[in-house]
Write a protein that binds this ligand. Structure first.
Ligand code: NAD
Length: 358
């Protein structure tokens, strides 16, 4: 098994949270003699500044050679005025598509210690544990043609929302497999009342259901799903949806858990080789202040150990260390409620390492 990792800290809070995640990786590597090594590369704005492009060829070569990639976040106002195809986010879309990371797993778990940090009532969110499976390399974010054109003297923006049946089938299988080892319930989210591409999505999901008799499939329109996620989120176990709907719904789900700073993600190819990153962005408003929550990135390390390397014991040890740290009362500002001890990024990372080694 290839245990050489590529680490891409990226922009904004990316390098800050990655420093803490690497401390935890170092600790778990030593404690369980895992044998991981890693090197660091450039992506996003940091890559633009150093090389002129958001995804340098060297980074792509290193990513393809690595056993897994750990990513911080990309983007920021410094690069917002660049043309779309030269912006930091293009680096992220590029690496996902070049590595064929079509399956994005976004668990939203509410730690019981953080029930107060959610803006929803504790009884609505307590015990929440759902998984959003988002298609990541297709749909409207990648569809051609796209652009801004002149239409008889009026500027017109356009994108293409397209999925073929094979793309739908392969993400569907990932979701059915995930549902099978959880509660056996899968909700497919679409907009089949308006968009033909999601009529096909619904048809393929329904076809697949015949192969998974142990999984109960339901369908929901995306507008209703957004409403149900904040009304009664515990009705869901596994949700599967396309790229754009998944992007939006998973950010929505993140707030159920108190903060976007708590949620890890895995993006996998068909061999479970993957890239692991927090679901949040580069948080320019707090970058450089040492206050970002590193737990989403630390939990992404746990996901990496579980999904790409089957190191379940080490993954669970990281998750337990995060839980123990929250038990001890430490909170970064984003998950703080009244009367708790607020700490910065570094102190939170140190506390997780201490809990891991305790
Ligand atoms: P964001 O996720 O960066 O921030 C949204 C809000 O959440 C901000 O108030 C931020 O301070 C807060 N937040 C985010 N991460 C946090 C953390 N770890 N701890 C505490 N608070 C945290 O989203 P945005 O503001 O819409 O985007 C900022 C930049 O990030 C943009 O350039 C955007 O394109 C980029 N972005 C990148 C990714 C990625 O790299 N995967 C994802 C989303 C957005």
């Amino acid at each position: 098994m290839n245990k050489n990792l590529l680490v891409l800290p990226g922009d904004g809070v990316g390098p800050e949270i990655m420093t803490e995640a690497l401390k935890v990786l170092t600790a778990v590597n030593d404690k369980f003699s895992l044998g991981f090594t890693w090197s660091t590369g450039l992506i996003g704005g940091a890559a633009i500044d150093a090389t002129g492009v958001p995804l340098p060829a060297e980074t792509l070569v290193a990513a393809k050679a690595a056993g897994a990639v750990l990513l911080g976040a990309v983007g920021g106002p410094k690069w917002d005025a660049l043309p779309m195809d030269k912006r930091p986010e293009k680096g992220l879309l590029g690496i996902r598509s070049e590595l064929d990371l079509f399956a994005n797993l976004r668990p939203a778990v509410l730690y019981p210690q953080l029930a107060d940090a959610s803006t929803l009532k504790p009884e609505v969110v307590s015990g929440l544990d759902l998984l959003i499976v988002r298609e990541l390399t297709g749909g409207i974010y990648f569809g051609q043609p796209r652009g801004i054109r002149d239409n008889d003297g009026v500027r017109q923006g356009y994108n293409t929302y397209v999925y073929d049946e094979n793309e739908i089938r392969r993400i569907g299988r990932v979701a059915f497999e995930a549902a099978r080892v959880r509660s056996g319930r899968l909700c497919s989210v679409d907009k089949a009342n308006v968009l033909e591409v999601t009529v096909l999505w619904r048809e393929i999901m329904t076809e697949l259901a015949a192969e998974y008799p142990d999984v109960t499939l339901s369908h929901m329109y995306v507008d209703n799903a957004a409403m149900q996620l904040v009304r009664a989120p515990k009705q869901f176990d596994v949700m599967v949806t396309g790229n754009m709907f998944g992007d939006i719904l998973s950010d929505c789900a993140s707030m159920l858990t108190g903060s976007i700073g708590m949620l890890p993600s895995a993006s996998l190819d068909s061999n479970n080789r993957g890239m692991y990153e927090p679901i949040h962005g580069s948080a320019p408003d707090i970058a450089g202040k040492g206050v970002a929550n590193p737990l989403a990135t630390i939990l992404s390390v746990a996901m990496m150990l579980r999904y790409s390397f089957s190191e379940e014991v080490a993954a669970a040890a990281i998750e337990q260390a995060v839980s123990d740290t929250l038990d001890s009362g430490l909170r970064t500002a984003d998950i703080a409620s009244e009367g708790v001890q607020v700490v910065g990024t570094q102190a939170m990372g140190d506390a997780v390492v201490a809990a891991l080694l305790a």
